[in-house]
Write a protein that binds this ligand. Structure first.
Ligand code: NAD
Ligand code: MG
Length: 389
């Protein structure tokens, strides 16, 4: 990729928080990027607004019922559009310099795998891809020689700290977690928390699913697995620490006793910008941190007693049995159920644990490099979770 020419970009999940932040940065740097394709789901109004503003070539919605609404809204333009799962894959197939993979959940897996084939660089926000299909995903990136740049703030931090170093020089990677809105709640208090409380994240503005994941600490569990795959580490080389201020995003410990960290305000535009401008840096509207204003930073251990999702994810990371797809699928269903008042906050880990237990025998036979096996496991775990509900 020529560093000085205009970079072509596609954005899978353009209407989400990561998608909108990506477009905010592109809007501020219009001379550097050309948006070629964007995708969304239900929010056609936003998708159309983006398509027209950025004069994209192709727009896709995952929602087939919304096709006519999309088509009609774009009737006066030259912008092509399509709807359905295949349309999202078509968007991912467009050859571009950068594909921002920001669909939420395993719905993003097939399109992002496609993007690995047709993009020079994939900026990866969709962590569920790596939790469900980490081995297959990393193998595909290698096979197609596609650069994979993490967008998740902790992983972007690690990636930045690792620049110029070898993986063999790392002893440990420590991801920080804000602790979410219930960090200091007792087990008793956690029994009655509501989705409204859970949706109020203290530091980050994010989509609903990841906000709930942050409230259960499942997000950090998913991120441990994500880190293990991204950086080819062993389970005991990845760890987490609760850091309520969310200023340090990750700490990388090296064999010589040195520790490097990346710090910034908790604003996703910092890691997104790095993924768009790598290996260079680009201007963002985010001010550098002011240590005097911050004045202190706190750290505490993650409590797996009060936040069992963290324990479940860690166990999945540590066991040899391949249960990433089941963990992810059960969590997606449980979070959905919590958001639609079909289960309580404390039932989320109970549902996941139950599914993982029930899946034990199935998991022995699946091939972790086979997309059909992964998607079948995903489906089975989803059905089990739905039955439990
Ligand atoms: P979001 O809910 O705000 O947006 C999700 C996007 O995915 C939307 O564009 C939506 O239209 C699309 N989408 C939803 N269901 C779809 C489907 N079935 N098929 C195709 N597209 C579909 O989510 P977000 O907060 O932007 O997060 C996106 C991803 O980035 C998630 O994997 C999340 O874990 C990860 N991430 C987000 C943040 C953050 O700050 N928001 C930080 C780190 C990682
Ligand atoms: Mg993160």
């Amino acid at each position: 990729m020529d560093q000085n020419s205009i970079k072509s970009v596609s954005i899978l999940g353009a209407t989400g928080t990561i998608g909108q932040n990506t477009l905010d940065l592109i809007r501020r740097n219009k001379e550097k990027f050309q948006v070629v394709a964007i995708t969304g789901n239900q929010n056609i109004k936003e998708l159309v607004k983006q398509a027209i503003e950025f004069q994209v070539e192709f727009v896709a919605t995952a929602c087939e019922e919304k096709y006519h609404e999309l088509k009609e809204a774009l009737a006066e333009t030259n912008i092509q559009c399509a709807a359905g799962e295949q349309a999202i894959i078509e968007a991912a197939t467009r050859p571009v310099d950068i594909c921002m993979a920001a669909i939420v959940g395993v719905a993003g897996l097939k399109p992002t795998l496609k993007a690995l084939e047709s993009s020079e660089l994939v900026a990866l926000a969709n962590k569920e891809c790596l939790v469900s299909a980490g081995d297959l995903f990393m193998q595909s990136a290698k096979q197609h020689q596609t650069k994979l740049i993490p967008v998740d703030s902790e992983h972007s931090a690690a990636f930045q700290c690792l620049s110029g170093h070898q993986i063999a020089e790392i002893t440990k990677l420590t991801l920080t977690a804000s602790g979410g809105p219930f960090r200091s709640f007792s087990k008793e208090q956690l029994q009655v928390v509501t989705k409204e409380q859970a949706l109020k994240h203290p530091n980050w503005e994010m989509g609903a699913k990841i906000t709930i994941d942050s409230a259960t600490l499942m997000n950090k569990g998913l991120e441990l697995i994500e880190a293990k795959h991204l950086f080819s580490l062993t389970a005991n080389q990845v760890d987490m620490v609760v850091h309520p201020q969310s200023i340090i995003h990750c700490l990388v410990s090296f064999i010589d006793g040195s520790v490097l960290a990346q710090l910034s305000e908790p604003d996703m535009r910092v890691p997104i910008a790095y993924s768009l401008s790598w290996p260079k840096r680009m201007k963002t509207p985010i001010e550098p941190i002011n240590l005097v204003e911050i004045s202190k930073m706190d750290f505490e251990a993650g409590d797996e007693e009060r936040f069992p999702c963290l324990k479940l994810a860690r166990q999945v990371m540590e066991t040899e049995t391949f249960n990433g797809p089941a963990l992810n699928a059960a969590n997606e269903i449980a979070v959905d159920a919590f958001l639609s008042d079909k289960c309580s906050y404390i039932q989320i880990p109970q549902i996941i644990e139950n599914v993982l237990d029930k899946m034990q025998n199935e998991l022995k036979t699946i091939d972790r490099f086979c997309i059909n096996d992964i998607l079948q496991t995903d489906k089975l775990a989803r059905n089990m979770a739905l039955n439990l509900l």
